[in-house]
Structures are given as structure tokens and as C-alpha cells.
Design a protein around this ligand. Structure first.
Ligand SMILES: Cc1ncc(C[n+]2csc(CCOP(=O)(O)OP(=O)(O)O)c2C)c(N)n1
Ligand SMILES: [Mg+2]
Length: 339
């Protein structure tokens, strides 16, 4: 049985009230475009046999860009998961850095080529390195938020995960802790209605992940995750609430994953092509583009300029990473054991 596409209503992007200047909106658009084009290139490189694995953020870009711009970038802390390509790019990761990770090169900033690709971790951007077991980042993020409180700081921690990962005990323990201690934490659930092949209705018997927030005594918010304005507006409120002592938020952004779970998955075995085609009407990049054009902020000419600049940046990143050295075999355990 295929999952119902009730998750993301196909309404037009609104959000004039979001209070973003035309310059910022264009910057957000170019970043979203970059995330999409980098991601598309990664799929091509995988199909060409040049890289071993890719796990995509495609379709999640409005969640990523809206969240990043609501954060104090470089100040607040992100404990991300593997879908967060656009979020990490918007926080300052460069396309070259992404490609170094994708190609498993020595200078991969996440792990020096040791981890799987898309296991983000960059000290300079306050992006905390996670591990592959899903939801383990949530209690760790709660701990970071508690530490920030004890130190008297006002940085907010954001931890992200998928809706399927909310079935893990770690998620519930962390939210309970966040409620009890009123932690400066936002737990961002990127609800794309599948956990690999398992649809949402087999993970939980509630309509919205955020409906569970009241059980922990925290705020719960559900937004259309394909609408960058809605994500930005509501995320800003959640982050400011956390910063000013108002406690944690369970933030659910409803979206869709238009591609297979990873380069190792064949999604034709569990969902129809019609369902995936239906998504295209809700493509967050297209919606943002149309809305900016409707407002007269973006023009065809400007869009072409962005496309050209983004393509050049993706080409440059690929060339750079392909030519970069691999890690030395004798360094494989270097970050595991102390000298
Ligand atoms: C504890 C644990 N169980 C299983 C897996 C294998 N696994 C990796 S991703 C994934 C699906 C997660 O789905 P969801 O949380 O909805 O995130 P999405 O991939 O849809 O963004 C699973 C089961 C894992 N990494 N860790
Ligand atoms: Mg999912």
C-alpha cells in the first residue's frame, strides 16, 4: 500500500509576512538552487561509477534553507542527519567540501574520508558530527543544549532527523529531558512520509509527529516543508523561544523524498511512479522560483545568471575533489586511537 500524499498541501507559497528583504530572498534562492544542482551532480557521479554512495537531500531544500536562515549562522549549533545537504551548504559548507566528502578524499572536512558521505561534521560551522544509528543525535543535542544552559550562553541547538527515526527510544528520551529542563533545543523532524520503504502510517498512529509534543510538555509545530517562507517564519519563532528561555520545540516539516532513499535503493518496489510524479507539483525549488517571479523579485535573466554561476561552482567542486589526494591507508585509525 502506498503512503497517502496528504503530507504537504499543494498550496501556493505565502509568507510576505516573513520579513525577508529581496536581497536575502535571492540569496536563499541561489543557495537552494546550489543544493539541488550539487545533489543532481552527485547522482550522476554515482551512476558513472565515480563515487560509491550518495544519499540525497532532494525535495527537502525548503526545510533546509528556511531553517538555516532562521538560525544565527555560525553561532547556533546544528546536530544534523544525512539529508541535510542544503542546510549544511546554507550554513557555510562549500561545494568543494561536499565533494571532498563524496569522493572520500583526505581533506574531507567531515571525517578525512573515513565516514560514509553525508555524515556532516564541521567545527568551524558548529555542525556536530553524528553517527549512523538514527536518532542518536537527539539525546546528544539535548546534552549540548543543557551544557549551553549551564554555561550561561544563549546558543540554540537544532537536531534533525526523519519521521521514521522518531520510533527510536532516543527521540522520546531526549524530548522528555528537553521538556523537564526547558532546554534551548529545536528538534526538527523532516517528515518525508517514508523510512526507506516503510510509510509513515506503519511507524505511528498519529496524523502529525508534532502532535506528540504535549506528552513532553513542549511546543509542537507542523509546517508545510515545501514552503520555504512557512519554514523560515515558524522556525524563527521556535529558535527565539528556545533562546529566550521558553523551552524546546518539536518542529515537524512535511515534505517528500522524490528520489530513492539512497543510491543503493530501488523505490519502484514500494511506491508508484504516479505518486512520485505528483510530488513534482510541490517541488520546493519550483515553488520558491514561481513565488519570487510573481513578486517581481526574480527574473528569467537573473535566474539564468544564478544557474550559470551554480553550474560553474559545481564543476569546480567536482574537478577539485577528483584531483584531491586519497587518505593514506596507514592513517585509517588515526582519529580512533590516541597516539
Ligand atoms: C538504529 C538504526 N536502525 C536502522 C538504520 C538503517 N536506516 C538508515 S536510514 C533509515 C530510515 C530512516 O528514515 P527516516 O527517519 O524517515 O529518515 P529519511 O531517510 O526518510 O529522511 C534506516 C532504517 C539505522 N541507520 N539506524
Ligand atoms: Mg522519512
Amino acid at each position: 500500500m502506498s503512503a497517502e500524499l496528504t503530507a504537504a498541501p499543494a498550496r501556493e507559497a505565502g509568507g510576505e509576512e516573513a520579513g525577508l528583504s529581496p536581497e536575502t530572498l535571492l540569496e536563499m534562492y541561489e543557495t537552494m538552487l546550489l543544493a539541488r544542482r550539487v545533489d543532481e551532480r552527485a547522482w550522476v557521479l554515482h551512476r558513472q561509477g565515480k563515487v560509491a554512495f550518495h544519499i540525497s537531500g532532494m525535495g527537502h531544500e525548503a526545510v533546509h534553507i528556511g531553517t538555516a536562515y532562521a538560525m544565527r549562522r555560525g553561532y547556533d549549533i546544528l546536530h544534523p542527519y544525512y539529508r541535510d545537504l542544503g542546510l549544511c551548504l546554507a550554513l557555510g559548507m562549500t561545494p568543494r567540501e561536499f565533494m571532498l566528502g563524496l569522493f572520500g578524499r583526505k581533506d574531507d572536512p567531515n571525517s578525512g574520508g573515513r565516514q560514509m558521505p553525508s555524515h556532516w561534521g564541521m567545527k568551524r560551522l558548529n555542525i556536530i558530527s553524528g553517527s549512523s544509528p538514527v536518532a542518536t543525535q537527539v539525546p546528544q543535542a539535548a546534552g549540548i543544549a543543557l551544557a549551553e544552559r549551564l554555561k550561561g550562553g544563549d546558543r540554540v541547538t537544532i537536531a534533525s532527523l526523519g519521521e521514521g527515526s522518531t520510533s527510536e527510544g532516543d527521540f522520546h528520551e531526549a524530548l522528555n529531558w528537553a521538556g523537564v529542563h526547558k532546554l534551548p533545543l529545536v528538534v526538527l523532524v523532516e517528515n518525508n512520509i517514508y523510512a526507506i520503504s516503510v510509510p509513515m502510517h506503519l511507524q505511528m498512529n498519529v496524523a502529525n509527529v508534532a502532535d506528540r509534543a504535549c506528552a513532553y510538555g513542549i511546543e509542537g509545530v507542523t509546517v508545510d516543508g515545501n514552503d520555504v517562507f512557512a519554514v523560515y517564519r515558524e522556525m524563527k519563532k521556535a529558535i527565539e523561544r528556545a533562546r529566550s528561555g521558553g523551552g524546546a520545540t518539536l518542529f515537524e516539516a512535511k515534505t517528500y523524498r522524490p528520489v530513492p532513499h539512497s543510491s543503493d535503493d530501488d523505490d519502484r518496489t514500494y511506491r508508484s511512479r504516479e505518486e512520485v510524479e505528483e510530488w513534482k507539483k510541490r517541488d520546493p525549488l519550483l515553488r520558491f522560483r514561481n513565488e519570487l517571479m510573481r513578486r517581481g523579485i526574480l527574473t528569467e535573466e537573473l535566474d539564468q545568471e544564478y544557474e550559470a554561476r551554480v553550474a560553474a561552482s559545481v564543476d569546480d567542486a567536482q574537478k577539485y575533489a577528483e584531483a584531491a589526494p586519497l587518505p593514506a591507508p596507514e592513517d585509517a585509525l588515526g582519529a580512533v586511537y590516541a597516539d
